[in-house]
Design a protein around this ligand. Structure first.
Ligand code: FEO
Length: 404
């Protein structure tokens, strides 16, 4: 039979779906597809934790059916109402008649507004415990991680944490555990997901990590709703990575995000990078002709500075810059410094607009270079010096003595 369940712990099964061709998740480029993880807990009764995206309903159903008939599902827990986890719920209810659908208060409200025609939903409070099928379940609200409705489901006796989006990644894999996959890819996809989905809520992530510790929750398994599952030592690694991502501590790395019309802005970008590198600080050029907005978000998570450059076109900045800066504004990166640059023919409004974007993001600007038409050696020297200035400031912030 196709689409079998995978037992991830005794009587606990992964019954999700793999979205291999997914290339875009609400504006986020997913190079490696994704998975929507649903889990089946089989005790004296049967509990389904989350569902999948609507179009993959049949895949989930077949995996469930490889363990038990659909009509044997007694409870459905909805940890998160976003449609990649709730989309298949209405379809499921045509075949399964659970005694209760369980969600947070906000989850119940959001599910009804999104899916309509749902039966009454059983609301659980933050910290509430329930015995379902002879197994203890504890529910912990994780508001805004990722939506206001989100919650964790914790199985204390099994030491399994169902964490919905938290600790997830858009990474389609056929090997279910993190330790069966390439670690560097896992870390990159985890950072990629964090930057694009959870970065705006970094302060809440830190509070949640503290709370999980205070509650004495020490999972043996973290099973999120996307990508492979953490077990054993990888659980500690995942928590440490999340703490690192959420702290967004400045690093000696600067990204230069730019677009170019006739190559002048690009020449300036390269000269700025040379200045940065001359101070032994890493510079990463991100030309928007080939860099996706979600890549920029991930690169900024690992960087201490963002330098943005745009030519002026029709009295405004290049549309690619407006796109990426609008996106970054929503993601609210913290602890960055900034600088701007750009070339122009006769009016030169773009750099002023770049300044406005960075100011709106509360990123302090430490320098600006403008160039009319094509940069000569003197202008390129100015760009180089801007790079040096950014690099020295980064070293200063990172607590290292300047080289000269
Ligand atoms: Fe995976 Fe916020 O949904």
């Amino acid at each position: 039979m196709t689409f079998k369940a995978v037992e991830i712990a005794k009587d606990v099964y992964w019954v999700g779906a793999i979205d291999w061709p997914l290339s875009d998740f609400h504006g986020y480029t997913t190079y490696r597809g994704s998975t929507y993880n649903a889990y089946l807990v089989v005790g004296d009764e049967v509990i389904l934790v989350d569902t999948v995206k609507k179009h993959l309903f049949k895949e989930m159903v077949k995996r469930i059916a490889s363990v038990i008939p659909l009509e044997k599902i007694d409870y459905v827990i909805s940890n998160h109402a976003e449609m990649d986890h709730s989309g298949a719920l209405v379809e499921l209810l045509k075949y399964a008649k659970p005694k209760a659908i369980i969600a947070s208060q906000m989850g119940a409200k959001n599910l009804k507004m999104q899916l309509h025609n749902l039966p009454e939903i059983t609301v659980v409070k933050d910290g509430e415990e329930k015995i379902l099928g002879g197994i203890k379940f504890k529910f912990i609200e994780t508001r805004m991680l990722h939506w206001p409705d989100s919650m964790f489901t914790w199985l204390p006796e099994r030491e399994i944490l169902f964490s919905q989006d938290a600790f997830g990644m858009h990474y389609a894999v056929s090997k279910i555990f993190v330790d069966e996959n390439d670690r560097h890819t896992v870390e990159w996809e985890m950072a990629y997901y964090y930057a694009n989905i959870l970065m705006p809520y970094s302060n809440l992530v830190l509070k949640l990590l503290e709370r999980v510790e205070a509650l004495g929750i020490k999972p043996k398994i973290i099973a999120s709703d996307h990508g492979p599952i953490f077990r054993g030592n990888d659980v500690t690694w995942a928590i440490q990575l999340y703490r690192k991502f959420a702290l967004q501590e400045p690093s000696k790395r600067a990204i230069i995000v730019y677009d170019t019309m006739w190559g002048s802005t690009e020449l300036m970008a390269k000269a700025i990078a040379d200045g940065i590198v001359s101070e032994k600080v890493e510079a990463v050029l991100l030309p928007l002709s080939k860099t996706k907005r979600s890549d920029v978000a991930t690169e900024i998570l690992y960087s201490g500075a963002i330098i943005v450059g745009s030519p002026t076109i029709n009295n405004t900045l290049f549309p690619s810059l407006a796109d990426v800066l609008t996106y970054l504004f929503g993601l609210r990166p913290q602890n960055k410094i900034g600088a701007v640059f750009g070339s122009y023919g006769w009016s030169g409004e773009a750099t002023k607009q770049l300044v406005e974007y960075l100011e709106k993001m509360k990123i302090p600007i430490i320098g600006e270079v403008k160039c009319q038409f094509v940069p000569d050696d003197e202008k390129l020297r100015e760009c180089f010096e801007l790079g040096v200035k950014v690099a020295r400031e980064l070293k200063n912030i990172c607590g290292e003595k300047q080289n000269g």
